[in-house]
Design a protein around this ligand. Structure first.
Ligand SMILES: NC(=O)c1ccc[n+]([C@@H]2O[C@H](COP(=O)([O-])OP(=O)(O)OC[C@H]3O[C@@H](n4cnc5c(N)ncnc54)[C@H](O)[C@@H]3O)[C@@H](O)[C@H]2O)c1
Ligand SMILES: [Zn+2]
Length: 360
């Protein structure tokens, strides 16, 4: 898989002008959801105007899809394919995805499959998109309740990140992205994690967030560079996600959906508890993370009557092989330990300790 260019910029229009002129193409398409159309497209208008003026009036074709993860469906994908096809896209057309992880996952998959693959650029507009979804080459859609069930590895030609877009993000979406940054901090080193735990993300500023963000994206990029197709090391990025996905699906089925990063934050606490039990992960770091998550994300609500349902959801996780439930654990900060499994009793003990730590 070719390596992606990731660019942090304060001048997103100039960056788009540079990249679109560097990628030979006949027609230019721009994809957004209904929220990024309102909040982010106006920021890109100078680029669009400049592009159309500079290409003898050649128009940039807009394609819109509904917002939120419920729209990461084959129906929205069809809208994108049809939008490309009906407007004369060829194998040499270029697609710009403007949005959070939903748009970059779906748009990336549309680009990877349309005429067997066209070039695309991701403009990440959420913190979660910037730090995780837009980077690393995984694309795809949901199938019914099954998250990311259909997809492809397809790196964007470029990923453009500007904190300017985060100005319109609500606190929940900021915190959702920040959970993946905490995960990257755990996978890197003590000092990086300490900086994240000290930082007040709810009152972020460009000058202080940017270095944390760049560092975090680079943690992911380095892992992906070493193992692009998740044969081994890339599984480290699944830390927090076995419990996390179960919490996410449980919440959705209970008609109280939670944002992905919230489920990951709770999943991190559970998987660090398991790490402490199975791999000797230091208790003091576990408590620090648990308190941070409790104070900022609140607790995921469930009782011991829900354990069987949660374990059943973990059994269906696509990271599993055979009957065992697969967990990425940690020996210490920066030392992941892959391919652990746990039985029902062990998972039950983790959930008991989680409820104690989170005070539910
Ligand atoms: N491909 C990967 O490696 C990877 C990794 C992590 C997550 N994901 C996927 O990413 C998705 C979650 O990402 P997300 O949280 O960015 O979701 P999202 O794209 O649904 O964005 C969340 C909400 O914020 C809105 N939004 C986007 N930009 C905004 C802005 N600048 N200001 C205000 N609102 C804005 C969106 O319209 C949406 O309503 C999931 O589908 C998940 O599966 C993919
Ligand atoms: Zn995640």
């Amino acid at each position: 898989m070719s390596e992606q260019q990731v660019v942090f910029t304060n001048d997103i229009c100039q960056a788009l002008a540079d990249f679109t002129s560097g990628i030979g193409h006949d027609k230019l398409f721009i994809l957004f959801d209904e929220t990024t159309r309102q909040l982010c497209l106006p920021v890109l208008q100078p680029f669009i105007d400049g592009y159309e003026a500079g290409h003898a009036g050649r128009k940039v074709t807009h394609i819109g899809i509904p917002a939120t993860d419920e729209s990461k469906t084959v129906e929205s994908l069809t809208l994108v394919w049809s939008g490309l096809s009906a407007n004369g896209a060829t194998r040499h057309s270029l697609l710009i995805n403007v949005g959070g992880g939903m748009v970059t996952d779906l748009g990336g998959f549309a680009a990877a499959t349309f005429k067997r693959g066209i070039h695309f650029i991701n403009v990440a507009t959420t913190l979660l998109g910037a730090v995780d979804a837009a980077v690393g080459g995984k694309t795809g859609i949901n199938l019914g309740n099954l998250k990311n069930e259909v997809g492809a590895f397809a790196p964007a030609d470029a990923v453009l990140i500007s904190t300017r877009f985060f100005e319109t993000l609500d606190q929940k979406n900021l915190l959702s992205g920040y959970a993946e940054m905490l995960k990257h901090g755990l996978l890197s080193e003590r000092e990086a994690l300490a900086k994240l735990l000290d930082y007040d993300i709810q009152h972020w500023e460009n000058a202080t967030l940017l270095p944390l963000l760049e560092y975090s994206v680079n943690v992911k990029r380095e892992v992906v560079r070493q193992d692009p197709f998740e044969k081994g090391l890339r599984k480290a990025l699944n830390l927090g996600h076995t419990f996390g996905h179960a919490f996410e699906t449980f919440a959705m089925k209970s008609h109280q959906p939670v944002l992905h990063g919230y489920a990951v934050a709770w999943g991190l606490v559970c998987e660090l508890i398991m790490s402490q039990q199975q791999c000797g992960f230091p208790s003091e770091v576990l408590y620090e993370i648990a308190h941070y998550v409790r104070d900022n994300y609140g607790p995921m609500q469930f009782t011991c009557d829900d354990y069987d349902t949660l374990i059943e959801l973990m059994r269906h996780d696509k990271k599993n092989e055979g009957d065992a439930i697969n967990f990425t654990l940690m020996e210490s900060i920066g030392q992941p330990s892959l391919n652990h499994s746990a039985d029902k009793e062990e998972i039950g003990v983790v959930l008991d300790i989680y409820r104690d730590l989170m005070g539910i």
